[in-house]
Design a protein around this ligand. Structure first.
Ligand SMILES: NS(=O)(=O)c1ccc(C(=O)N[C@@H](c2ccccc2)c2cnnn2CC(=O)NCCCS)cc1
Ligand SMILES: [Zn+2]
Length: 267
């Protein structure tokens, strides 16, 4: 079985990933359930700072697992400051891509949970340690290589900033489709508070590398049911496959904490 046949179904879902990716049972796997009472307030944790300038050319694609907005890596753009720094991070980490995880109907769909509470979706802004490593792939296997900012989405009023994304989803209905997606600044998807929890973890999809410093914002943003419905028009399958499978419930459930400490940037 070639390595990349993993998914979220009965046969190929999270409970069977360990067969091809034994690190699935490792000591720093993600996501986790965050227990706010057990989080340790660390007064030495500085605030995080986000510098998301516009890099004109990006694209949006359906990779068969999620919908991903990729930043371009051209010289002009990679010189642009599109980084996260501060918080638990030693230096600036460069934004590579962002994507979402979501459920079917109802309010499950996030990967991290908070005192057992699930949200309807979770946005992941994926950054890599470009100060220390020369490529994303190199950083992705290093314990301090990646930093992912997690933002919870809950059902409520429509989020205007999300419409540029949801209005483009029909262009990437099938796995393997990609389309231009320019001048989108993910600042418009951030909540007003940058209060966060942070802990050492992993990619939440194969290859599940334990290279991620997770920074999960405590305040969710609101999106409308109509906007979430557009994510669920995406398909896991390519146009050639006859089996049409709606893209939903593309989340991994919480994994054992295995002695890790979750730190809070706030009392
Ligand atoms: N959910 S998360 O934020 O923890 C997360 C973040 C980034 C990646 C990722 O970049 N994965 C690719 C990769 C390429 C090179 C080295 C290692 C990993 C990969 C491997 N096979 N396919 N991909 C593409 C992919 O999975 N892209 C991210 C879409 C999230 S569902 C995966 C999960
Ligand atoms: Zn993710």
């Amino acid at each position: 079985m070639t390595g990349n046949q993993w998914g979220y179904g009965e046969e190929d879902g999270p409970s069977s990933w360990y067969k091809d990716y034994p690190i699935a049972e490792g000591a720093r796997q993600s996501p986790i359930n965050i227990a706010p009472e057990e989080a340790v307030y660390d007064h030495g944790l500085p605030p995080i700072s986000l510098h998301y300038d516009n890099c004109t050319s990006t694209n949006i694609s359906n990779n068969g697992h999620s919908v991903v907005v990729d930043r371009c890596e051209c010289d002009r753009c990679s010189s642009l400051l599109t980084v996260i720094q501060g918080g638990p991070l030693e230096n600036a980490y460069r934004l590579k891509q962002f994507h979402f995880h979501w459920g079917g109907k109802g309010c499950h769909g996030s990967e991290h949970t908070v005192a057992g509470k699930t949200y309807t979706s979770e946005l992941h802004l994926v950054h890599w340690n470009a100060a220390k490593y020369s490529s994303f792939a190199e950083a992705a296997v290093a314990p301090d290589g990646l930093a992912v900012l997690g933002v919870f989405l809950e059902i409520g009023d429509e989020r205007g900033g999300l419409n540029k994304i949801t209005d483009s989803l029909y262009m990437v209905k099938f796995k393997g489709t990609v389309t231009d997606f320019r001048d989108f600044n993910p600042n418009c998807l951030l909540p007003s508070s940058l209060k966060y929890w942070t802990y050492p973890g992993s990619l939440t999809t194969p290859p599940l590398y334990e290279s991620v410093t997770w920074i999960v914002l405590t305040e969710p943003i609101c999106v409308s049911e109509k906007q979430m419905g557009k994510f669920r028009t995406l398909l896991f399958n390519s146009e050639e496959e006859e089996q049409r499978t709606r893209m939903e419930n593309n989340f991994r459930p919480p994994q054992p904490l295995k002695g890790r400490t979750v730190r809070a940037s706030f009392k």
